[in-house]
Design a protein around this ligand. Sequence first.
Ligand code: PTJ
Length: 250
Amino acid sequence: MQGIPPGHPRYQSLVWRERLARAVRDGVAHETGLIAHGRGEAFDYLLGEETIPPARAAEEAAVAALVLAKKPVLSVNGNVAALAADSCVALARAVPLALEVNLFHRTGERAEKVAGVLSDAGASVVLGVHPTARIPGLSSDRGLCEREGIFSADVVVVPLEDGDRCEALRRMEKTVVAVDLNPLSRTSRAASITIVDNVVRAVPVMVGLVPVMRARSREDLGRLVRGWDNERNLAGVLAFLSKRLNALYG
Ligand code: PTJ
């Protein structure tokens, strides 16, 4: 990326920042998306900026749920479009699943821009620009969705989510897969399967796992999803974190 020396020790992190800053300038990401990104960066730093074993296990369970799903949908906001549009489109093709724009700070113009980023990345259909339904019990614009998309989906992937919609989707008895670097967030605790990993790593890993999971029997995948203990996995993330931090200056 222009102006960032490739040899810089924090090169990749600076590239993601620059990408997000540009997305804000272009009206794709909301300005508060920069704050959300900073919080994510801090957690990622603590995790060692890698996909840790409990995250990998959650990614496997999530892909198993997607492969078994009748109507899976991936929800895309401004930050996700800025950071992971290509891999979201790749996941949409691999599973296959529907892509739906869903914004907290919603304007019609930004919804169209986010859809435009996904189309430029190769998506043929993007839902959510013209919402036709509302998630019950959710008064924010996050509640606006498409009847043929998130509203009637059985599995919904929600990267960088807020707790309210995650809880509302669970009340609708959907399987909710969250991607959130903060293992303590309300979203992380409310989701059915929480992937504590950076969306820039998590989605490509999930794309790679689709053929792996498809090779397993449906009974085997069903056992994996039914037996998933999200609280236990989050405890595993926290145990990993404390062990890592204690070992740093141990
Ligand atoms: O585009 P909009 O209008 O829908 O707005 C999107 C933001 C991100 C601004 C909105 O969803 C928001 O305010 O999110 P929160 O409530 O700040 O939550 C974001 C969560 O995602 C936090 O727990 C962060 O730690 C986490 N997070 C931030 N960056 C990443 C991340 N998780 C995974 N990968 C990241 N790159």
